[in-house]
Write a protein that binds this ligand. Structure first.
Ligand SMILES: Cc1ncc(COP(=O)(O)O)c(C=O)c1O
Length: 411
């Protein structure tokens, strides 16, 4: 197999998985790995969940794809279920998080033109945000290195520091073109950054004062992961728009942009679309996912399991000098180190744990399945604490060794 046949957009680890079961993945050599990453918050129900597998199998044996030119009954059912859970009014389906956010961005622009009579509608986005890799979502993303080389970026965004209400108020006082705020309730890619408990409430108030749309990107935090179905439900508010993807299909590509009130009336026939978005196969999988999360109380389970795992790490390594902070909201868990630990992902993989490193190389990000057992959670905490301890000791020894060599050279 020629690896060069694939564009080198990813730096991949040298492991290939051929099978998954619950919280476990098995590689082509038969080694097993505890999956504390879930394909980056995708397989919230773990691998090959029987309800999802059955739904995909049943739907694939009937019809996989028709077209949005026709009625799609299970798309209708999925929309109704999501509307009921979220408190929103309606849904547009795409195939990914980026597409869900593209829909939100287009929706906000049309809202600006048609409701607010603004010619250059502008959206407030946050520093260190991640909204996707398409041109508009990349422009909304607050990461210069992801944007570099792709200029000119899409205009119509202004940026504020995350979790800084005064900065948003300053923009409100100075920019008459603003029509919406697009924000992650918990920033994922930048290292599980959890804002002040009333951050979303305050953003809601500002949006109400100015008739702006509050648009929440719950691509990573949604579908039970934060301990509620959507993270904004911790705040007792409703956004005008919420986007989600990842955990919605448990691995079958699907994205959703939900809207409420005036925002729900903006995208009308002919204004937006997607060939695959919400096709019978992806909706069958997503319906099985949503029903399982709700019927098996997996939001509550995520809250309970997240607290257990975070407390376990706090107990084992929380006071170590190499750990800066352990934080979590449900099963969005971060162990922030004082120094970069990029190699930790490789070391953990060798020891049979899958995780990833974000936040400038300093944050060990854990996104375990909502279905993880207590024993698996204990195994994760014990094994990973040990791995981090060994890694930190090795780093310290290497540094000390370098320092001594330098001293000897200088003598
Ligand atoms: C918060 C958030 N928004 C959007 C995206 C983009 O989603 P996708 O990769 O499905 O396009 C991601 C992906 O990591 C994300 O975490």
């Amino acid at each position: 197999m020629a690896a060069e046949a694939i564009m080198s957009t990813y730096s991949r680890m040298s492991v290939a998985f051929e099978r998954g079961d619950g919280s476990w993945l098995y590689d082509t050599d038969g080694n097993k790995y505890l999956d504390a990453l879930c394909g980056i918050a995708v397989c919230g129900l773990g691998h090959t969940h029987p309800a999802v597998t059955q739904a995909i199998h049943d739907q694939a044996s009937k019809v996989i794809h028709t077209s949005n030119l026709y009625t799609i009954p299970n798309q209708q059912q999925l929309a109704e279920r999501l509307v009921q859970i979220s408190g929103m009014d309606n849904v547009f389906f795409g195939n990914s998080g980026a597409e869900a956010n593209e829909a939100a961005i287009k929706l906000a622009r049309r809202y600006g033109h048609s409701v607010k009579n603004i010619d250059n509608p502008t959206i407030i986005v946050m520093e260190n945000a991640f909204h996707g890799r398409t041109m508009a979502t990349l422009s909304a993303t607050g990461n210069r290195s992801a944007q570099a080389g792709f200029e000119p970026l899409v205009s119509g965004f202004v940026r504020a520091p995350y979790d800084d209400i005064d900065a948003v108020k300053t923009i409100a006082a100075n920019n008459p073109n603003v029509v919406a705020i697009l924000v992650e309730p918990i920033q994922g890619e930048s290292g599980i950054q959890i804002p002040a408990p009333d951050y979303l409430n305050q953003l809601r108030e500002i949006c109400d004062q100015h008739q702006w749309l509050l648009m929440l990107d719950e691509v990573q935090s949604g579908n039970g992961r934060s301990g509620k179905y959507f993270a904004y439900q911790h705040n007792g508010i409703l956004p005008d728009v919420v986007t989600t993807a990842k955990g919605l299909g448990n691995g079958v590509p699907i994205g959703a942009c939900l809207a409420r009130g005036a925002a729900a009336q903006v995208l009308i026939a002919g204004t937006h679309g997607s060939t695959y978005g919400g096709n019978p196969l992806s909706c069958a999988a997503a319906l099985a996912v949503v029903n399982t999360i709700m019927d098996e109380n997996l939001c509550e389970r995520a809250a309970e399991l997240g607290a257990k795992i975070a407390a376990g790490f706090a107990d084992k390594i929380g006071h170590a000098d190499y750990v800066k902070e352990i934080r979590h909201k449900g099963l969005l868990i971060a162990i922030e180190l004082n120094e970069a630990g990029t190699e930790l992902a490789v070391l953990a993989k060798v020891k049979g744990i899958l995780l990833n490193i974000t936040g400038g190389g300093k944050v060990v990000r854990l996104l375990p399945p909502l279905t993880m057992t207590n024993d698996e959670a204990d195994l994760l905490v014990n094994t990973l604490s040990q791995i981090i301890r060994i890694y930190a000791a090795d780093e310290r020894n290497n540094k000390e060794h370098k320092r001594r060599s330098q001293e000897r050279r200088e003598k």
